[in-house]
Design a protein around this ligand. Structure first.
Ligand code: K7E
Ligand code: CUA
Length: 664
């Protein structure tokens, strides 16, 4: 009987196995080659060679990986609230998510760009776009914290962003959805798109010293969809290139109606010229509202200011700042090679890759080799701008990066592969399958003048059978390739956070050398800082109770609080007195409809709590900070409204019973 059962099970198992392998697409799970393991193996205790900053897509955050190991180092909260780190929950960080619509607790984060000096990564800042409620964030790479977020007015779907110029003069933002301008009546019939909907491209300046962003000017353009962009460099510095689709100006069923024309456009913008016009005062001031949020490093506190003005240049009145270049089949990626001569447009539905020449574009402009105009913007003849086409590269090209050795690498969503091709003769040199359907790809420094060119990472939209199943929802996937030889070689897969789109990677040293280990307590300018335990106290101001609290291994001061009453708002201002690397303290309150605090050494953070009932509320440290971390706790007593229990606070003050016990 047992034997039969075993046999049945065996048969069932075999059939199941057969079924699984029968479903597998060809090549899936192929061995990566015998030395792949050693190429990605980073010994325990050893550091990775590169940082990889990966956009989080609909997670709204940015994740940081080590390469080549694919180890997740950190998730940086940017556009989405994060109760773990109290991002958007602490009193200090709430203003960071403020917008002209009020607090928006989420966004869709697609692209990242590292700050550059002379077209090379300088390791100072990382810029991130918010696609849903148009914003740009600046992350300080000293602290790995979001230091600034600026909202973009006259925009919707901030997709072609946050690409930067080669000396980080500007970070740009092109609107993916055209809309009526903010100072116009938006209450119009949708089918008046052609008349009432406009597109804008915003230039946000970046202060060279501290990185502070400022909306410098906006270009007013015909209504259509601006998708991606990259700045010129070297010979093409002073120019910016944007891919545009929906030149049909459709407003419904775009999958059909915005795919009608054979070619849409790459928009070439002479931003140096535009900048001159602005300096000459030729821009028009316009009333708008947009939030500008900054985190002050000295006070550990963010502020949000509502700005009210923008300067707009209508390109109709300045015909020598923008030109259109026809680009086949709904272009998506718009990438400029390290020399600055070649501009690659990737038509999502195309079966070829057009490569444009900056020299030829300039000649065409000089000789007016135009093919009419698009709503007043000169359209350069396709052939006049074209360096050449990569023929039969694959299906559905999306994005291209460069290795600095004269090669481009393009992702193909539909044919699910990466194709390496030569910039010089446009010949396909290699193709490797990806699992599956890659969107963006990243070569360290791959959009700068100086790519590092040893690895390539593909960010795949579909994961299917690559990992153990986790129900209907699967993590998306990154794949690391070695591109040091003639042929690309798959080294590793690793799952990612959210939906990764663009990413940046950089040799670790460039970032790690500036990385901050602690906040210096003596530099803490927080208005509610508690410098030392003896200064800890509880102060009542009307119905607000301010707790000036400290944390050090392994207690809070004070840890016994009485005199809080129903109807009070309690603010725990917690200062972490530690001055050692990697000793955070956490702070949680039972029943708090808020988050926890996670406070770094030398930092002060504030958690608001509105008690909902009379009773006893434990507080405790949430981060295992020492062998006696479990002892790092206390109590807050909440009395009824109108109770006469006075404010009282203490640390180490025992009851008489305990005292007599301790004396024995
Ligand atoms: Cu191609 Cu939003 Cu850059 Cu994603 S986008 S893939
Ligand atoms: Cu502090 Cu655990």
């Amino acid at each position: 009987m047992k034997k039969i059962l075993f046999f049945v099970l065996f048969i069932t198992a075999s059939i199941t196995l057969l079924n699984i392998s029968g479903c597998k697409p060809k090549n899936a799970g192929d061995a990566t080659g015998s030395d792949a393991a050693s190429r990605v193996f980073v010994q325990p205790g050893k550091y990775d060679e590169l940082y990889n900053f990966v956009s989080g897509g609909f997670s709204g955050q940015v994740s940081v990986y080590g390469l080549p190991s694919g180890r997740l180092l950190r998730v940086i909260p940017v556009f989405s609230v994060d109760p773990e780190k109290a991002w958007g929950y602490s009193e200090e960080t709430k203003p960071m998510l403020n917008t002209s619509h009020g607090e928006v607790p989420w966004d869709d984060q697609h692209h990242l760009d590292l700050s550059q000096t002379n077209g090379e990564i300088d390791g100072r800042w990382l810029f991130a776009n918010a696609n849903n409620t148009p914003r740009i964030a600046r992350i300080d790479l000293k602290t790995f914290r979001t230091a600034e977020i600026i909202e973009i007015p006259n925009s919707a779907g901030n997709h072609s962003s946050p690409f930067i110029t080669e000396n980080t003069e500007y970070v740009v933002a092109g609107t993916r959805f055209s809309v009526p301008m903010d100072d116009q009546n938006g209450d119009v019939a949708i089918d008046t798109y052609k008349k009432n909907f406009k597109g804008t491209i915003s230039f946000v300046s970046v202060a060279p010293k501290d990185g502070e962003m400022k909306l410098a000017f906006q270009l007013l353009l015909p209504g259509m969809n601006f998708d991606l962009s990259h700045s010129g460099k070297g010979p093409s510095s002073g120019w910016f290139f944007f891919s545009c689709y929906n030149s049909e100006q459709a407003h419904t069923l775009l999958e059909v109606n915005a795919s009608k024309r054979d070619k849409d456009f790459i928009l070439a913008v002479n931003w140096k010229k535009a900048e001159e016009y602005i300096k000459q005062g030729k821009g028009k001031k316009q009333s708008v509202r947009y939030a500008h949020n900054k985190l002050d490093e000295a006070t550990h506190t963010a502020t949000s200011v509502m700005e009210t003005e923008t300067t707009v240049l209508d390109v109709k009145d300045f015909p020598d700042i923008v030109y259109m270049i026809p680009c086949p089949k709904s272009p998506h990626g718009c990438d400029v090679d390290p020399t600055g001569e070649y501009i690659v447009g990737s038509g999502k539905l195309a079966a070829l890759i057009p490569v444009f020449s900056f020299t030829k574009i300039q000649q065409a402009i000089a000789s007016k080799t135009f093919d009419g105009d698009y709503e007043g913007i000169p359209v350069i003849k396709y052939e006049a701008a074209l360096h050449g086409e990569v023929k039969k590269p694959g299906l559905g090209p999306l994005h291209t990066e460069f290795d600095g050795k004269g090669n481009g690498y393009t992702t193909f969503f539909i044919s699910s592969e990466i194709v390496k091709w030569s910039l010089k003769d446009l010949k396909v040199l290699d193709r490797q399958p990806t699992y599956y359907s890659p969107g963006h790809l990243c070569i360290p420094g791959g959009d700068t003048k100086k790519p590092y060119g040893k690895y390539l990472i593909a960010y795949n939209k579909i994961t299917k059978d690559r990992y153990l199943p986790t129900g209907p929802e699967l993590a998306q996937s990154a794949q690391l390739f070695d591109i040091s030889g003639d042929k690309m070689k798959l080294l590793a897969d690793y799952p990612s956070i959210g939906e990764p789109h663009y990413a940046q990677a950089v040799p670790a040293e460039l970032i790690s050398k500036n990385s901050l280990k602690i906040f210096k307590l003596e530099d803490n300018k927080h208005p509610y800082v508690t410098m030392g335990e003896k200064n800890s106290k509880v102060v009542r101001e009307g119905n607000k109770v301010h707790v000036y609290m400290t944390a050090i291994r392994s207690h809070f001061s004070p840890d016994n609080i009485e005199g809080v009453k129903l109807g009070d708002e309690v603010y725990f201002h917690l200062t972490n007195l530690e001055q050692d690397w990697d000793v955070p303290h956490g702070f949680g309150v039972k029943g708090n409809n808020n988050a926890e605090l996670l406070v770094m050494p030398g930092e002060t953070q504030t958690l608001k709590w509105v008690p909902d009932r009379v009773g006893m509320f434990p507080i405790y440290c949430t981060d295992f900070c020492s062998a006696l971390h479990q002892e790092m706790s206390g109590y807050v007593r909440v009395s009824p409204k109108g109770s006469s229990v006075p404010i009282a606070f203490s640390l180490g003050k025992n009851s008489d019973a305990l005292d007599s016990l301790l004396k024995k």
